[in-house]
Design a protein around this ligand. Structure first.
Ligand code: A5P
Length: 221
């Protein structure tokens, strides 16, 4: 039997730590990606009476297969908790998300949640955020939008479930706040993958054999 790489064990440990925080009777936003892939079976095993919202068709299919109750996100107007992975976490708690192109739905779900818990392996901790920053763009006027966002590259993947074109901003990120504000204000950008620290309640990061809890703004990292 081969031993899983450290990062996989760390993702699993972080996911299991997050599952322990889910309360009976709560509404839960489920993220997308390889770390969330560990979350879903661990959550299903707890057999709680919870109602979930999924951030991607892949998460929805897997969650249903495991017996989790999924509801479309057009009836609930808030969630108790959302749990999701990240591509990068900087020391102040800024995240880059959207490696799987699901960042628009992920941000909508994270913002709607009372608590947003990030789960990650230790290799996601970075000193400074770097490109790529995932983007979802409106197909209308796509090439004019791309020209204004240079340097940028189309990802060449299928559109999002909402019809958005997935691309990546490839420029410098000297100030995540400024880049986030610029991308948010650019016509044609549906959503970008920079998530501010204010959105993150806590990050649970697998670190060797332990899980470290980081709380943005608390000086815990
Ligand atoms: C999906 O679009 C992403 O935002 C993921 O949440 C993020 O890329 C983390 O993915 P992994 O858990 O696969 O590293």
């Amino acid at each position: 039997m081969t031993t899983p790489p450290d990062s996989e064990r760390e993702k699993q440990a972080a996911a299991e730590a997050a599952v322990a925080l889910v309360e009976e009777g709560s509404t839960v936003g489920l993220g997308t990606g390889s770390t969330v892939a560990y979350l879903l079976p661990a959550l299903a095993r707890r057999n709680l009476d919870i109602l979930c919202v999924a951030t991607s068709p892949a998460t929805e299919a897997k969650a249903r297969e495991l017996g989790l109750r999924i509801q479309p996100f057009d009836r609930l107007d808030r969630l108790d908790v959302a749990i999701d992975g990240a591509d990068q976490i900087d020391p102040s708690g800024w995240l880059v998300k959207g490696g799987g192109g699901a960042h628009t739905r992920e941000k909508i779900v994270a913002v709607a949640a009372e608590r947003f818990i990030v789960i990650a392996s230790s290799d996601k901790l970075v000193e400074e955020l770097v490109a790529p920053v995932p983007l979802e763009l409106l197909p209308f006027g796509l090439h004019a939008t791309l020209r204004r966002l240079e340097p940028v590259a189309l990802r060449g993947v299928p559109p999002s479930p909402d019809g958005g074109v997935i691309a990546d901003y490839l420029g410098q990120i000297e100030s995540p706040e400024e880049v986030a504000a610029w991308l948010a204000g650019a016509p044609g950008v549906v959503e970008h993958g920079l998530f501010p620290p204010g959105l993150v309640t806590e990050a649970l990061v697998g670190d060797g054999s332990v899980v470290t809890r980081l709380v943005p703004g608390s000086g815990s990292r």
